[in-house]
Design a protein around this ligand. Structure first.
Ligand SMILES: [Fe+2]
Ligand SMILES: [Fe+2]
Length: 274
């Protein structure tokens, strides 16, 4: 009975979580462009030129020591050319997740950091896996993976001991979702699914969020799910036997970590390790 009440309370929070009205528009437009494999540089520029926060961040990244070769970059188009199409897609995805979702939810600093670092780790691992296995578009995989644990936000906000629970559930033989369901009558997959629906994430992303800890197979849509699931397992248990994909990730571990360091530096978050 108690878990039923907890479940009801958590799912209601997921379905009614207040976000700025503009977030819907940004997510709608950005994801539809990012999700389209044929999207062009101009389409992406069209979407972001109206978002001041994203625009100014991109200008400052293009003018950072990393990209700037002495010439000051003064317009968005030039900034996007300097940074490059694929990199811009990753940066925008991270900015939407970081500024529009994580920061607005006002999580405690240590919780914010560990969710951010874990999400980035899974995103880069899944992206590398998808680029190496050719089964899914790497940028789409990156976005879906970055968002896979979005449901944890509600649990962090609602349950003081959730950070400790996450750490304890990394021990062998423990299953986070089972323990969440025992305690709350629901898990971060189901909660995240309702957030994804409310925030109008593409259906494929909501499906990944809902099923990334469950065993499923086959089908094109499930390839995305499979990549995120393996990347997520690898992030928590790099020594576990994860077959060929696990071996690829083990070999690329240093690259994954250096990519995370690089994006953190670009976003001005170099000290925000998990
Ligand atoms: Fe998860
Ligand atoms: Fe995860």
């Amino acid at each position: 009975m108690q878990t039923e009440v907890a479940r009801e309370r958590l799912l209601t929070k997921a379905k009614t979580l207040k976000v700025l009205p503009s977030l819907h528009d940004i997510i709608d437009k950005v994801f539809s462009v990012l999700n389209d494999q044929n999207s062009s540089f101009d389409q992406l520029e069209d979407v972001i030129q109206y978002d001041q926060a994203i625009c100014s961040k991109i200008m400052s990244i293009a003018n950072s020591a990393y990209f700037c070769r002495g010439l000051k970059i003064l317009n968005l188009h030039r900034a996007m050319v300097v940074i490059g199409f694929e990199e811009i897609k990753n940066i925008i995805t991270c900015l939407v997740f970081l500024d529009e979702i994580l920061k607005k939810m006002k999580l405690r600093q240590d919780h914010f950091r560990s969710l951010w670092y874990h999400s980035l780790y899974v995103a880069y691992s899944a992206k590398i896996l998808s680029a190496r296995t050719f089964v899914e578009d790497p940028e789409k995989t990156f976005t879906a993976a970055l968002l896979h644990d979005v449901g944890k936000i509600i649990l962090y906000m609602s349950y003081e001991g959730y950070g400790d629970m996450l750490l304890q559930c990394q021990e062998p033989g423990r299953d986070l979702c089972v323990e969440e369901r025992d305690l709350f009558g629901t898990d971060h997959q189901e909660i995240g699914y309702y957030m994804g629906v409310k925030w109008r994430f593409p259906d494929e992303f909501s499906s990944v969020i809902r099923n990334h800890h469950t065993a499923k197979g086959g089908g094109q849509q499930d390839m995305l799910l499979r990549l995120v699931r393996i990347a997520d397992r690898f992030a928590s248990h790099p020594d576990e036997n994860l077959g060929m994909e696990g071996l690829i990730l083990l070999k690329e571990k240093e690259k994954i970590e250096s990519e995370i360091g690089r994006i953190m530096e670009l976003l001005g978050m170099a000290n925000e390790k998990g």
